[in-house]
Design a binder for this molecule. Structure first.
Ligand code: ATP
Ligand code: MG
Length: 262
């Protein structure tokens, strides 16, 4: 489904601030893969997402999505196939618009020139979709009134409604309290199954990374240093993961600071 070949991303090349954020990344994502990405701060996880979604151009390498070379394709065009959710719950929805207006916008995303009007049939459908989030009776409320957890759940629903082929979740529950984080995570799992999505999830929670999805990728200093799937992944423990992280990483640090902590 997605093929990244020899991807390198250098920020501020040729200056004192030059930073190699991704170095020769090769990654093949299969349709239906649910991948957890772990790695210390600054290891390149978000940059990898920025490259896949087209937020930043690559310095080197090639991106193929469903047999099409999208390396130079602009972000807005990729947004129809790649949905993205950020850590900040305020990012994915418009605060001063009602829930139903936000939802109709999500529905029409990518339908150039086509306008879908809000009618009772749509409202009924939205209500049904909102039930798992408990917002079925709040269609007319402005999104700004919602809690962070509700808002992130709505963002997730809206992303799924726009029918992406792949979703990129960048620590999308990190800003929520544990209870809401769990609710949003359960919803994430439900949508991935229901809509048969391919998903890449960045997390700092190692136990979660072991439990969730079929594949685990560890990044360090712009490289993928571990890529395990299936049984191998399921049989991992947090201790084993930390040990492998220490063994595999390029530099040897004396402590685990900034490691893959919760
Ligand atoms: N727009 C940018 N301009 C310059 N440098 C950047 C930019 N974005 C990221 N970087 C640098 O690239 C490196 C990788 O950053 P990135 O945000 O991908 O890390 P990350 O793995 O997502 O970290 P975190 O766990 O803290 O979110 C870092 O050194 C960062 O400072
Ligand atoms: Mg990041």
């Amino acid at each position: 489904m997605l093929d990244l070949s020899n991807i390198t991303k250098v920020f501020n090349p040729g200056t004192v601030n030059e930073k190699i954020a991704l170095e020769n990344i090769n990654l093949h994502v299969n349709r239906g893969d649910v991948i957890c990405i772990i790695g210390s701060n600054g290891s390149g996880k978000s940059t990898l997402f920025n490259i896949i979604s087209g937020t930043y151009p690559v310095t080197n390498g090639k991106i193929i999505f469903d047999e099409v070379d999208i390396t130079s394709s602009p972000e807005y065009r990729r947004a129809m196939t790649v949905g993205r959710i950020f850590q900040d719950p305020t990012k994915g929805t418009a605060a001063n618009m009602s829930i139903e207006d936000n939802m109709i916008t999500a529905m029409t995303k990518g339908m150039k020139g086509l306008r879908i009007s809000l009618n009772n049939e749509k409202r009924k459908m939205f209500s049904e979709l909102l039930k798992p989030i408990g917002l079925e009776n709040r269609l007319k409320d402005n999104v700004g009134l919602l809690s962070g957890g509700q808002r992130q759940a709505l963002t997730l629903l809206m992303t799924v409604m726009s029918k992406p082929k792949m979703i990129l979740l960048d620590e999308h529950t990190a800003a929520l309290d544990p209870r809401n984080a769990q609710i949003v995570m359960d919803l994430t799992e439900r949508y991935i199954k229901e809509y048969e999505l391919t998903a890449l999830t960045v997390t700092h929670n190692m136990q979660f990374a072991i439990d969730f999805g079929n594949r685990l990728i560890m990044m360090d200093e712009g490289s993928i240093i571990l890529d395990v799937s299936g049984e191998q992944k399921a049989n991992l423990t947090v201790d084993e993961l930390v040990r492998r992280f220490k063994d595999l990483r390029k530099k040897n640090f004396d402590d685990d600071e900034g490691l893959l902590t919760d």
